[in-house]
Design a protein around this ligand. Structure first.
Ligand code: C2E
Ligand code: MG
Ligand code: MG
Ligand code: MG
Length: 292
């Protein structure tokens, strides 16, 4: 209606907005130039194999926005706004570029890289250039297959038309691993899951959080069983305590991401967790008997 009347109607409408709506508008405007002003950065959170000596097997890239006046704005606040005002596309391209740059930096500095997972919004599937951009960026940084992962929530996949399945296959053919994020919070059913070329389920942290309840344990157990029967990997999000890790490991989920193992951290700090290239995985590799 505002659009049809044109002119000053927008301003009148804005004046009538409540505080929450004003804040969202202001945040969206502040976000406009955030990339150019260098206010966005990626933090990396470790993903580990849960064993006596937890082993680093990957990481998730998480956006951080530091605004000079607004201070730190959490992604749960600004990502939904970026998804509505159309900025998410440019932001996602930047995240892709940055993740590849970080990975290539590790390789070029003689560190043993681990795969990096980035988060993808539903809108990205609708962007015709996305696949080409991914291919070009991976090529430019010489990222080998299996080193870049994309996380999508269940709901963002289900909302999509059949054609995204083709796109997902094309991404897979480029060597991208696809993971379903926040698994269990959407509307999954086995009947649709098996159709998607997904390689990993990420158990939502709300369930991991409830491992101290019977319901929580039942849901976590069911998700692990589902992943296993679909031959997918499974990782638990939000592991904060030893008891959670123990329950998960004894029920067949051996991968985890959570404060218990490491918080999201600046890239420089994360680099300290990587091994120098060529370091054997076992700290003291014993020569095999009969060899030499
Ligand atoms: P997500 O993808 O599910 O990421 C995991 C979130 O859980 C992160 O929050 C992480 O800091 C938090 N987390 C990890 N371990 C623990 C734990 O043990 N306890 C608790 N309480 N929290 C834990 P963060 O970084 O605030 O990100 C929130 C969400 O924002 C992400 O959820 C994701 O949906 C979105 N997001 C972040 N970066 C991006 C991005 O580059 N693109 C898009 N589209 N979304 C992003
Ligand atoms: Mg994620
Ligand atoms: Mg998640
Ligand atoms: Mg989430």
């Amino acid at each position: 209606v505002a659009k049809e009347q044109g002119g000053n109607t927008y301003r009148l409408y804005e004046a009538g907005m409540d505080q929450a709506a004003q804040d969202i508008l202001a945040l969206g405007q502040a976000l406009e130039g955030a990339l150019e002003r260098g206010e966005l950065s990626l933090f990396l959170q470790p993903q580990v194999l849960m064993q006596e000596q937890p082993r680093l097997i990957g990481c998730e890239a998480l956006l951080r926005w530091q605004h000079p006046q607004l201070g730190f704005v959490p992604p749960d606040r600004f990502i939904p706004i970026a998804e509505k005002n159309g900025l998410i596309g440019r932001i996602t391209h930047w995240v892709l570029e940055e993740a590849c740059r970080i990975w290539a930096g590790w390789r070029d500095q003689g560190q043993s890289p681990v795969p990096i997972a980035i988060n993808i919004s539903a809108a990205q599937f609708q962007e015709p250039q996305w696949l080409d951009a991914v291919a070009a960026t991976m090529h430019r940084y010489r990222i080998p297959a299996g080193q870049l992962e994309m996380e999508m929530t269940e709901s963002s996949i289900i909302q999509q038309p059949e054609s995204v399945i083709a796109l997902m296959h094309s991404l897979k053919a480029l060597g991208i691993k696809l993971a379903i994020d926040d698994f269990g919070t959407g509307y999954s059913s086995l009947s649709y899951l098996y159709r998607y070329p997904v390689h990993k389920l990420k158990i939502d942290r709300s369930f991991v959080n409830r491992i101290d309840t019977e319901d929580g344990r039942a849901i976590v157990g069911a998700i692990v069983a589902m992943a296993t029967s679909l031959r997918m990997r499974v990782i638990a999000e939000g592991v904060e305590e030893q008891v959670q890790s123990d329950f998960l490991a004894s029920h067949g989920c051996i991968e985890a991401q959570g404060y218990f193992y490491g918080r999201p951290m600046p890239v420089d700090q994360f680099k300290q967790l990587l091994r120098p290239l060529g370091t054997p995985i076992l700290a003291k590799a014993q020569p095999l008997p009969g060899v030499s």
